[in-house]
Design a binder for this molecule. Structure first.
Ligand SMILES: Nc1ncnc2c1ncn2[C@@H]1O[C@H](COP(=O)(O)OP(=O)(O)OP(=O)(O)O)[C@@H](O)[C@H]1O
Length: 375
């Protein structure tokens, strides 16, 4: 579901606008970060979406319907909301905490039980160990996982998250972020995520909206914000050493080239097929996949040209390092350096080939950070 803000204003005291004429469309199934200095209006913007705060002026439209036309209580039940750990009820078990909204929505208990267990699995808490525990018996990181599960409990299409990992120490925070990325790639919700941590923003966001003084300063894909900060304010937010940070913070999925032409070997492929392919395509090497697109390795023209046409191709297959879409470009860079090839195959968790990550794109990226630092 997309969420469209049209000239939205929130005025607190006379003349003081916490949100000042904001127009922005949060896109369907994307994770959009709201970031900016303290007091810039992030939380106010977020809470206007579930009407915990009522706007003063303008319009907010969700999938064609104005929010003013939806009963606030019904609205809140249909939107997930995850905040820092104070959100859990201390006298309720983990199970009951997660089940709050489904019960309000009058789901039957067997459906609730199945769903709560699925959610605990999703956030990596073993249901049989954790369902009957109380919040005080959990670590901060575990409580926050329960908070995420609760935010997803009513199967909402929209989830609002207000600094959900803000109170967690840096090491556990990384783990929660990694886990959360996995979750988002599976559930594909429209998520609006408030943070003041630019590393978290770049790591998690599909898009980033930067606010200052209640106004929108920049709104773009994460990569664009990193490469082309709109002004000095955004540059300062990103920090000085972007060239290095950039590679560490950008994911393979943002940079690789999906698809491509590969050699398929279902078991009986001969050298000739691969040779013809390489010559026709004007390439020095090519990846080889099996019938299910799983990567088997690569072959090089230099070696095949000495082989006879009818030999089985598998004799000349060489294995290769692979990388997954959620890995960062720093990891990719060191793997590429090791292999000495001009690209790295990107595969999913079943080793199916998704596309390639080109060395030259990494080099360009570093170059672009460096040149924009000099300006
Ligand atoms: N109930 C209120 N009455 C008056 N002013 C308020 C009220 N709530 C928030 N404000 C002011 O509105 C501005 C925006 O607040 P908001 O909480 O949206 O900021 P924020 O960007 O989320 O900040 P932080 O990162 O510190 O949480 C701030 O200057 C804040 O002091």
């Amino acid at each position: 579901m997309s969420i469209e803000f049209k000239n939205v204003v929130k005025e607190y005291e006379e003349g003081f606008k916490a949100v000042d004429n904001l127009s922005i469309t949060f896109e369907d199934k994307k994770l959009t970060i709201l970031i900016g200095p303290s007091g810039c209006g992030k939380t106010t913007t977020l809470k206007m979406i579930n009407r915990l705060i009522e706007k003063t002026d303008g319009e907010i439209v969700v999938d064609g319907t104005s929010l003013d036309e939806i009963d606030p209580i019904r609205l809140r039940r249909s939107i997930g909301y995850v905040i820092q750990e104070i959100g859990l009820f201390p006298h309720m078990t983990v199970f009951d905490n997660i089940a709050v909204t489904p019960r309000l929505m009058k789901w039957d208990e067997s459906r609730i039980k199945k769903h709560v267990f699925e959610l605990l699995d999703l956030v990596n808490l073993e249901p049989s160990d954790y369902a009957e525990k109380y919040p005080a018996q959990l670590s901060g990181g575990q409580r926050q996982r329960v908070g995420v599960a609760r935010g997803l409990a009513s199967d909402p299409k929209i989830v609002l998250m207000d600094e959900p990992f803000g109170a967690i120490d840096p090491i556990n925070r990384e783990k929660l972020q990694d886990g959360f990325l996995e979750i988002q790639s599976k559930i594909e919700k429209t998520i609006i995520f408030v943070t003041h941590d630019i590393r978290e923003a770049i790591k998690l966001g599909d898009k980033i909206a930067i606010l200052d003084d209640g106004k929108l300063v920049q709104y773009a894909d994460t990569m664009t914000v990193v490469q082309e900060p709109a002004n000095e304010f955004v540059e300062d937010l990103l920090g000085a050493d972007r060239a290095l940070k950039g590679l560490e913070l950008v994911r393979v999925r943002e940079t690789y080239v999906p698809g491509g032409k590969w050699i398929e070997d279902t078991g009986d492929c001969k050298v000739k097929k691969a040779k013809d392919f390489l010559v026709n395509e004007g390439r020095k090497f090519a990846y080889v996949v099996d019938g299910s697109k799983r990567l088997k390795g690569y072959v090089m023209l230099k070696q095949l040209s000495k082989a006879s046409d009818e030999e089985p191709l598998k004799k000349y297959l060489r294995s290769i390092e692979t990388i997954q879409p959620l890995s960062n470009l720093m990891e990719a860079m060191s793997l590429i350096m090791n292999t000495g090839l001009s690209s790295l195959p990107v595969v999913d968790d079943k080793e199916r080939l998704l596309g390639i990550l080109r060395f030259k794109d990494l080099v360009n990226l570093v170059g672009s950070y460096e040149s924009s630092d000099e300006e």
